[in-house]
Design a binder for this molecule. Structure first.
Ligand SMILES: [Ca+2]
Ligand SMILES: [Ca+2]
Length: 286
């Protein structure tokens, strides 16, 4: 014996005799021992296989935003924001995803790509890409969907962090787009709501089958108030407000009684959210 190597999980084997073998090493594939034979290409071949495997592993790690044959491999937990809604009007829900940019704003990280993906047709976490849009310039913070203008097609809403044509201040702004024709068609690019808002959600707050904007806003007295807005031909009109509160910090939509939406609002110092719903044209504690 001129040399030997130890290999885990390998069977015991004899090999037919070769000429010119000078050493032995353990390869990386299938626990096979690789004989180094002068003039043989085998060791180089094994190196190439290792390189291919490394490339595949790296590709899988980077595949979150890699489209392969019109499909995107995606882990929703890695997205900045995502929701399910039928935004193409074909009767089936799509998965709407805002990817991360790594860029920060005063309201947290903003996104980059908006993907409209088939929620069905999933193969090994790959989904069919229906359309995608680069939203880098809008610094999008969150994506939602709802039929706010009551035309039977759900709009995609982006909470953007940017200036407006007549307002040079950076601020959170509510944008609404129709994506049903494969393009990002602006429905309403709001410069602001009636008061500066902390956040807003889309929910059918009045039970008429269409979504409204329900927002958590800052009042002039630096208190917080919840407001609801309904579409009115060319834009949104505020139709209900709550009393003013202190320490309200976040708002989330919730399903209420008989499918009528309500909102859960966190208040500083309390682990349980306050729940608000529409009562006689006023937003009240539920
Ligand atoms: Ca609509
Ligand atoms: Ca409604």
């Amino acid at each position: 014996m001129s040399d030997y190597a130890i290999s885990a999980k390998c069977g015991y084997s004899h090999f037919a005799p070769f000429n010119g073998l000078s050493g032995i090493k353990i390869g990386t594939f299938n626990c096979k021992a690789v004989y180094l034979r002068r003039g043989s290409p085998a060791p180089n071949l094994m190196k190439k296989k290792a390189s291919v495997m490394l490339a595949l592993v790296l590709a899988a790690a980077l595949a979150f935003q890699t489209i392969t044959k019109g499909r995107l491999r995606i882990d929703i937990d890695d997205a900045l924001s995502a929701c399910y809604a039928d935004v193409t009007g074909d009767g089936a829900e799509e998965l709407i995803v805002l990817t991360r940019s790594g860029e920060s704003t005063p309201h947290g990280e903003c996104g980059k790509w908006l993907y409209i993906l088939s929620s069905e047709d999933v193969f090994l976490s790959y989904r069919r890409v229906i359309s995608r849009f680069d939203l880098t310039a809008a610094k999008p913070l969150k994506v939602m969907a709802g039929d706010v203008n009551r035309d039977g097609i759900k709009e995609v809403s982006i909470k953007a962090w940017k200036t407006a044509a007549f307002d040079p201040q950076l601020a959170q702004r509510p944008f609404f787009f129709n994506v049903s024709r494969g393009k990002l068609e602006a429905v309403w690019l709001g410069s602001r709501l009636s008061q500066p808002f902390i956040d807003y959600v889309l929910t059918d707050f009045d039970g008429d089958g269409f979504e409204e904007i329900v927002s958590l806003e800052q009042t002039r007295a630096s208190r917080q108030q919840i407001s609801a807005y309904r579409w009115d031909s060319f834009g949104f009109v505020c139709f209900a407000r709550s009393d003013e509160y202190d320490g309200l910090s976040s708002i989330e939509p919730q399903m209420g009684v008989n499918g009528i939406g309500r909102v859960a609002v966190l208040q500083d110092g309390s682990s349980q959210p306050l729940r608000f719903a529409l009562r006689m044209d006023k937003i009240s504690l539920d």
